[in-house]
Design a protein around this ligand. Structure first.
Ligand SMILES: Nc1ncnc2c1ncn2[C@@H]1O[C@H](COP(=O)(O)OP(=O)(O)OP(=O)(O)O)[C@@H](O)[C@H]1O
Ligand SMILES: [Mg+2]
Length: 404
């Protein structure tokens, strides 16, 4: 059958329609692809913008002056917006805290980073005892020295026990009477007379953690960090309470301040200032107690001896006859000696000897016995040992004179 022109027309329309529909579908598909592309690009733009912002922040941070470190000592309002901070140079300031901080996490004693210009608190720092203190051997959990290991010094031990042991073991006694116990005791006396021994025995008796800080080490090992060290020691003491902090060689950090100070002196002074402020910050009735020792109380800064600090000074003397006898007995207890040793004679011959000297005599006596291949120490070994030790030093009586 022959097609009419009308049929042809229709046929063409259908073709066009099909073509258009296909084309529209094609366009729709393309649109969808482009939309997806746009989304991807948008996301990429957002990411790049974020990266740019971060780089800008980092760039600004890298250009900013370094933060300095300090510690919050007090908080002045409920929202933790204004605080008192103390810097490691020993100065205190009232400053604001940055909005970007989690302010609810602030508390006195926290280490913080401060803006260099206005000292506002910019960052919270972790409490950093680790490399500094924890690795050191100053934490002598509970020493194994008891009062029985100390010869003589009954009166002196009693003084220390009253000031250090009683507040730890029977704080209610002080509350009842209404007096404040002395905060710290200063032991003063010549070398080797038992100052460290007493401190250890008190820690043992009270089952307290014993932290020993040596003044000269503080100065030599921790140049520029003495103040921080002191602060961390006190933090640690609180954590491990009950604690006895024993500051040996106090004169190394506590000597009188001089006017024309060198930078080294100033460092020592900063350490001392920190020590004073930590001492002041402690509650007298608390379970952290202080014992300090020095060979020279006369050169100490008076500030240390003020009430509320080391206000009880206990003299640890060179032992008298009775004390020397006690000390000999303490050290001979563990030795295998002949029965007939005349200790009184040894005591008479050792006038001016310190406890450490008497211990040295006992050791030397043991050495004399060993050299003879003997298994028991004779009186003669002790006499030889005394003789040897007397010869090895100028004159023991000089030592008494210096300190008497
Ligand atoms: N009163 C004592 N009773 C028994 N041993 C003592 C006595 N005094 C000293 N010693 C002995 O001497 C050693 C040193 O004593 P200690 O370390 O207590 O002296 P110190 O007074 O702290 O001296 P330094 O001023 O040099 O630090 C002790 O380990 C102990 O063996
Ligand atoms: Mg000592």
């Amino acid at each position: 059958m022959e097609s009419t022109p009308i049929d042809d027309e229709k046929q063409k329309d259908i073709k066009d329609e099909n073509y258009l529909a296909t084309y529209i579908r094609h366009l729709e598909k393309r649109l969808r692809i482009l939309e997806v592309d746009k989304k991807t690009l948008d996301q990429e733009r957002i990411n790049l913008q974020k990266e740019l912002d971060e780089l800008k922040i980092e760039f600004n941070q890298l250009r900013a002056p370094p933060l300095i470190t300090g510690v919050i000592t007090d908080i002045l309002d409920e929202n933790n917006e204004r605080v008192v901070i103390s810097t490691y140079s020993g100065q205190s300031y009232v400053v604001i805290t940055s909005k970007s901080l989690r302010r609810e996490n602030l508390f006195p004693g926290l280490n913080v980073a401060l803006n260099q210009h206005n000292y506002s608190v910019m960052e919270l720092l972790p409490t950093s005892k680790d490399p500094f203190i924890k690795g050191m051997e100053l934490l002598d959990s509970i020493p194994d020295i008891t009062y029985e290991d100390i010869g003589g010094l009954d009166f002196e031990i009693n003084e220390v026990r009253e000031a250090v042991e009683l507040p730890l073991t029977k704080p209610q006694l002080f509350e009842k009477v209404g007096i404040e116990p002395p905060k710290g005791v200063l032991l003063q006396g010549p070398p080797g007379t038992g100052k460290t021994l007493i401190a250890k025995a008190v820690a043992n008796k009270t089952q307290s953690t014993f932290i020993r800080v040596v003044g000269s080490e503080l100065i030599n090992k921790f140049i520029g960090e003495g103040a921080r060290f002191i602060r961390e020691i006190f933090e640690l003491a609180r954590e491990k309470a009950p604690t006895i902090i024993f500051i040996d060689e106090l004169d190394a950090i506590g000597a009188e301040r001089s006017e024309d100070a060198t930078s080294g002196d100033r460092e020592v002074q900063r350490t001392l200032m920190q020590l004073l402020s930590e001492l002041d910050g402690f509650d007298n009735r608390g379970n952290v107690r202080f014992i300090a020792a020095t060979n020279r109380a006369d050169i100490l800064d008076q500030a240390l001896l003020r009430p509320g600090r080391f206000d009880r000074i206990v003299e640890i003397p060179i032992p008298n006859e009775k004390a020397r006898e006690d000390i000999f007995k303490v050290h001979m207890k563990n030795l295998r000696c002949e029965d007939s040793i005349n200790v009184k004679k040894l005591v008479e011959m050792t006038g001016g000897f310190s406890g450490a000297d008497i211990k040295a005599v006992c050791n030397e006596a043991g050495m004399f016995a060993i050299r003879k291949d003997a298994t028991i120490i004779l009186e003669q070994d002790f006499l030889d040992a005394i003789d040897k030790i007397l010869k090895s030093r100028t004159s023991p009586s000089d030592i008494v004179n210096i300190y008497s």
